[in-house]
Structures are given as structure tokens and as C-alpha cells.
Design a protein around this ligand. Structure first.
Ligand code: BES
Ligand code: MN
Ligand code: ZN
Length: 499
């Protein structure tokens, strides 16, 4: 989709002169007509007032009234978008309204949409934030998975989205439109990779995609480590996960260099289990198909790198993906097996289904060589996190409160929230083993916390945060599919941090 921002004072962009498939104007439950809506009302001989009087339009939040070829307008359609109280929407109400709006638009054959958004206000938020939300919602509304269907749904007609503001287009709005457009690309890339089945999206497939991305961008270079190279580095923990699979593990290193070489990079590490059967500690059959989504952390890293190659900010980001398939077989790791990690710590694998932490710990040791400013790992790590936070927030853990605070506010503003969880020593004690330095599971209580505690043993040398996205990375049920989270959170963090 193409996104533009323009001023309503341009000759061909006033409400009545805009040549658009669909002009969107706000309407409120209380208060008077917005200037843009009032212009339309006058041009159409009082149509808006008539509709209000008749009771058909109430201005309730998310109410969408679609009008075809109204008088006095160049546009083919007008949608009056209900936003509730004129004094301002809440964040969640605005999102609901935008969702309803784009659902309504996508039912029409509209190609271009012009949203007059200057009078849409949300408490505590700048206009550029409203613009960003509108772009992410518009882009999200047109994604649909098609790759492995023989009968493809026709591509959506909605291809051009123009945000129209009163007065001058500010630099802040321009920047936020560019960022949101790039983020939307990243979200779509993460969704697509996440949705692909495990028999297509293997560790080697992800490596191939990363290399293809590097060919398209001069600021991105990609290096993939083979199992042999990982063995030479002593990554016994990571390799214990792929041991049972015919698919070789891949450690994918993507180096986006937009800033000076001397500037310490931010490193993103993604869990890329392309299918998690549980291994010898086999998972129950029901719903196991959803374990193809166990690489959504990796997909979010790929999504962020995709967005960065689009936006080209002057920052340095290294994306690392620890990709492997967790399978049972005669060569698979068994409960009770003890492996040695790259850091030299021995690990007793009491449950082969706690494999995410086993691939991540070696990747987290590997990234020390980049002397990172900060390391953030992203992983569909524990079912316990889904129990704790459901689908609304990712679990956030960090060894630096300042880093945690930045990530929390980046997620809050992106509508891609996280919640700060503890890493107390009391939880760490649950990981003791009679036979090794660490056990890979910490007993029945606090499963998301003990998983994060396990990782914390490998991240002492740098500022680190961990996002457990087990509940947020995909939806189940009728709307089953990857969400592209937490690409918006991460993009906001990276860009805010560069300012
Ligand atoms: N990939 C799963 C976590 C998961 C489960 C994510 C369900 C989303 C939904 C992870 O590898 C796993 O199996 N974790 C185990 C850990 C346990 C054995 C300590 C879990 O959560 O049950
Ligand atoms: Mn598992
Ligand atoms: Zn897993």
C-alpha cells in the first residue's frame, strides 16, 4: 500500500475537490460537526444534518455510515466515521473505530482513501500518533495469507491511503508516516513468515529468506553459521535441540548498518523453532499444529530488519535468529541428558520441550562478540506466559530497569503492549540441578519467570531484555494466524532510542 500525507489546503485536496474512491470524515456523538464534515454537509445540501436528525447517524464510536456518490463531492464515496465524544477518544476506542473503518472500506471496491484526521483527538497523544495508528490499521486490514491456497482471494483494491491534515504538514508527522509505513511492511513480513507451515518454513528456508533480503539492501549483510561451525564454537545446547531432526539448525546473523561503524549495535535475538513437537517430551496432539508459530520471535526479528531496510534509519542493529526444528527420533536428546553450552555452563535437560531457552542461551553467548549497547531476545517461550498475560501483553524481563521502561513505553505507544515481570533470585533457585550447573526447567510454578531466569544466566555481560511473546505472536480459533507482534514495539524502541 502507498501512504501519503498532505495538507487539506492543497487545491485538489479540500473535502469537496479530493478525487478519491473514498473520503473519510469524522462525526461525533456530542458537540458540533468537524470542519471537514461541515464542508461536506454544506456541499451536499445538508445531508449530514438530515441523517443525524433522522436518527440514522448517532456518532457512536466505530459507527460507519457509507454514502455513495453524494452530491457536491468529487469523491465516489464518503464514510462518516463515528468517534464518540468530540473532546477526545481513548486509545482503545480509536483502535476500534479504525478497525471498523477499514473493515467497511475493504467491503467496497475503493482504491484510494482520504482520511481527514485533524479533528480526531486522543487524550495525551499527538496528531502524528493518530496518523501512525491509522496507517498500521490500514495496512493490517489488507493482509491475508494466500501462499499455500490454490484458489487465491483477489488482491484487495485498497492500495492508496492519504492522510489529510489541516494546515502545514509538520516534520514530525512526515517522520511518523514514514516510520509507520516501514513498520507495516515489517509486520506483514513477520505475519507471512509466521503463517507458513513447518514443512516449508524450515531453518534453511529462513536462512534463504534472510540472504534474499540482504541482496536487496546495501546496508544489510547476512552470515549463516552451519551446524559444523556451531559445533566448533561449542554450542552444545543449541545443537541438542536439532539433534532429533533431519533439518539442520541454522544460526542466522543479519547486520543492518545504518550508522557509524564505531557505534555499538542493538542486537535482537529471535527464537526460531520452525516446529516444536516437544521432542522426546512429546506434546499432546490437540492443537499441536500451532507449534509452527514457534518461530514467531525469529519472524519478528526478520520483520524489524525488513522495516529497517525500508526506512533506512542511521542506527546499527544486528538481528540473530536461532533456527532449529524440535523433533523426537533415535538421535534426539533425552530427558536427563546433560549438554555443555557455549558459555561453558552444563545443562541438565529435564524436559526436551523446554527447548527455546536451549537454543537462545547459545545465541545470547554468541552475541557478546558484537559488544552490544543492548540485547533484546524475542521468543514464544512458555505456555505459562499465556496463562499469566493472555493475548494482550507480552512478558517483559530485563536486567536493567531503564531498558525495561523504554520498551514498556515503546509498546504502550505502539498499541503492542508488554508487562514487566520479575527476575528475582528466589525464582532462580528453582533451576538448580543435582547433576549439572543448571536444569532447563524450574518446576511447576512461575514457568515464564523461571524460563527468563534461565536466560539471565547467559546475559550478565550486557544490558538485556527478554520478551516472552507466547500469547501475543499469534491468534487461535477462527482468526488463527500470526499477528506480526512485537514488530511495532521494537521499531518504536529502536527509533525513539536513536533520537
Ligand atoms: N513453544 C513452547 C511454548 C508455548 C506453548 C508457546 C504454548 C505458546 C503456546 C515452548 O517450547 C514449550 O514447550 N514450553 C514448555 C516449557 C515447559 C516444558 C517447562 C511449556 O510452556 O509447556
Ligand atoms: Mn517446547
Ligand atoms: Zn517451543
Amino acid at each position: 500500500m502507498k501512504f501519503t500525507i498532505a495538507s487539506s489546503s492543497s487545491a485538489n485536496l479540500t473535502v469537496t475537490t479530493a478525487k478519491s474512491s473514498c473520503v473519510v470524515l469524522p462525526i461525533f456523538e456530542k458537540g458540533k460537526l468537524a470542519n471537514s464534515t461541515s464542508e461536506f454537509d454544506k456541499a451536499s445540501g445538508g445531508l449530514v444534518q438530515k441523517l443525524i436528525k433522522s436518527g440514522d447517524i448517532k456518532g457512536k464510536n466505530a459507527e460507519c455510515t457509507l454514502l455513495h456518490h453524494p452530491a457536491g463531492m468529487k469523491a465516489e464515496r464518503v464514510i462518516l466515521l463515528g468517534l464518540g465524544d468530540q473532546k477526545g477518544s481513548s486509545i482503545s476506542n480509536l483502535r476500534k473505530a479504525l478497525q471498523a473503518l477499514f473493515a467497511c472500506i475493504n467491503k467496497t471496491a475503493s482504491k484510494s482513501v482520504h482520511l481527514y484526521f485533524s479533528e480526531i483527538t486522543v487524550e495525551g497523544k499527538e496528531p502524528e500518533w493518530v496518523a501512525e495508528q491509522a496507517i498500521l490499521a490500514a495496512a493490517g486490514s489488507t493482509y491475508s495469507y494466500q501462499e499455500t491456497k490454490s484458489k487465491k482471494t483477489p488482491a484487495p483494491s485498497f492500495k492508496q491511503f492519504t492522510l489529510v491534515c489541516d494546515g502545514k504538514v509538520s516534520a514530525a508527522i512526515k517522520a511518523s508516516v514514514a516510520q509507520a509505513a516501514a513498520t507495516a511492511e515489517g509486520v506483514a513480513a513477520a505475519k507471512e513468515l509466521g503463517n507458513l507451515p513447518g514443512n516449508i518454513c524450515t531453518p534453511s528456508y529462513i536462512a534463504k529468506q534472510a540472504k534474499a533480503l540482504a541482496r536487496k539492501s546495501s546496508s544489510l549483510s547476512v552470515n549463516v553459521l552451519s551446524e559444523k561451525q556451531m559445533a566448533d564454537l561449542g554450542m552444545g545446547s543449541l545443537l541438542s535441540v536439532s539433534a532429533g531432526s533431519k533439518e539442520p539448525a541454522q544460526l542466522i546473523v543479519m547486520n543492518y548498518q545504518g550508522g557509524a561503524k564505531s557505534k555499538a549495535p542493538t542486537v535482537l535475538v529471535g527464537k526460531g523453532i520452525t516446529f516444536d513437537t516437544g521432542g522426546i517430551s512429546l506434546k499432546p496432539g490437540a492443537g499441536m499444529d500451532e507449534m509452527k508459530f514457534d518461530m514467531c520471535g525469529a519472524a519478528s526479528v526478520m520483520g524489524v530488519i525488513t522495516a529497517l531496510t525500508e526506512l533506512k534509519p542511521k542506527i546499527n542493529v544486528i538481528g540473530v535468529i536461532a533456527a532449529a526444528e524440535n523433533m523426537p527420533s533415535g538421535k534426539a536428546t533425552k530427558p536427563g541428558d546433560i549438554v555443555t553450552s557455549m558459555a561453558g555452563k552444563t545443562i541438565e535437560i529435564l524436559n526436551t520441550d523446554a527447548e527455546g531457552r536451549l537454543v537462545l542461551c547459545d545465541a545470547l553467548t554468541y552475541v557478546e562478540r558484537f559488544k552490544p549497547a543492548a540485547v533484546i531476545d524475542i521468543a514464544t517461550l512458555t505456555g505459562a506466559c499465556v496463562v499469566a498475560l493472555g493475548a494482550h501483553a507480552s512478558g517483559l524481563y530485563s536486567n536493567r530497569d531503564e531498558l525495561a521502561a523504554k520498551l514498556l513505553s515503546a509498546g504502550e505507544s505502539a498499541g503492542d503492549r508488554a508487562w514487566h515481570m520479575p527476575l528475582w533470585d528466589e525464582y532462580k533457585e528453582q533451576l538448580s540441578s543435582n547433576f549439572a550447573d543448571l536444569a532447563n526447567i524450574g518446576g511447576p510454578g512461575g514457568g515464564s519467570v523461571t524460563a527468563a531466569c534461565f536466560l539471565s544466566h547467559f546475559t550478565e555481560s550486557y544490558p538485556w531484555a527478554h520478551l516472552d511473546i507466547a500469547g501475543t505472536a499469534w491468534l487461535s480459533g477462527n482468526a488463527k494466524g500470526a499477528t506480526g507482534r512485537p514488530v511495532p514495539l521494537l521499531m518504536n524502541y529502536l527509533i525513539n532510542n536513536a533520537k
